[in-house]
Design a protein around this ligand. Structure first.
Ligand code: MN
Length: 242
């Protein structure tokens, strides 16, 4: 068996009029969707996607189930936007960890990801980013066209190169997470990772006073730092690993 405990929080932040982040977490699936689009459309894209991914994963608790569920979410968001002019241009990120079964029935954590929401793994107080942002600036860093420092202030750092609901087909990053008992995984929207640097994230997310307190302090510190976007965080701690 692989088991985790979890805590989660989402907050509108200090500037935005709506919270277009949506999250869901249970014993086998943790997911954040950061919706984009005019009026409330981003929240619609995020909510549709979360519903479809939860339902799909419940039916099929393996890597393929997770990937197909995101493809289905993409189709649903694209088709909803085509049918509703007020939803035109809506899209969402998705970052999710599911406890997936392989063919031998062994359960392990799998990360799936589209967009610029992030996953980090914490072990012994150290933080490692698992996901790569699908944003113009971060793709340029990986190509060597920008330094990481330049990317942090680059005007195209928020422009996504991939998103759920953008095109008919979607490329999904899939990664198996190798976890030890005691490891934590932090999922977050960019409203958290843009406000707090890696050292602060590491310190707050690995604080020993329990997951609830850690998540609350992450959100409140992101607001102290500016709270310019919606802020969402899910913190998982592995109790038992195969
Ligand atoms: Mn955001």
């Amino acid at each position: 068996m692989t088991r985790w405990r979890y805590a989660a929080a989402t907050d509108i932040g200090l500037v935005r009029q709506t919270n277009q982040d949506v999250l869901y977490v249970d014993d086998a699936l943790a997911i954040i969707a950061d919706g984009m689009g005019g009026h409330a459309a981003g929240e619609v894209a995020a909510a549709i996607s979360i519903d479809i991914v939860c339902a799909g994963f419940r039916e099929n608790q393996n890597v393929e189930g997770l990937v197909e569920a995101i493809q289905n979410a993409n189709r649903a968001v694209v088709s909803d936007a085509r049918g509703n002019p007020e939803h035109f241009g809506m899209a969402t990120t998705i970052i999710a960890v599911g406890l997936t079964y392989d063919l031998e029935g062994v359960m392990s954590p799998t990360l799936v990801h589209v967009g610029d929401s992030r996953a980090y793994q914490l072990r012994d107080g150290a933080l490692r980013q698992l996901s790569e942002d699908h944003s113009v600036a971060e793709e340029w860093v990986r190509m060597g066209r920008l330094t990481a420092e330049e990317a942090m202030v680059h005007p195209r750092r928020h422009q996504l190169t991939r998103g759920v609901g953008v095109e008919d087909t979607i490329a999904i990053d899939v990664m198996s997470i190798s976890a030890l008992a005691g490891d934590r995984v932090l999922l977050c929207s960019d409203g958290l990772s843009n406000e707090l640097d890696g050292d602060t994230l590491a310190r707050l997310a690995s604080a020993p006073n329990g997951l609830e307190m850690a998540v609350e302090s992450l959100v409140s510190e992101a607001k102290v730092a500016g709270g310019r976007d919606n802020i969402s965080a899910i913190l998982l701690e592995f109790d038992e690993v195969n």
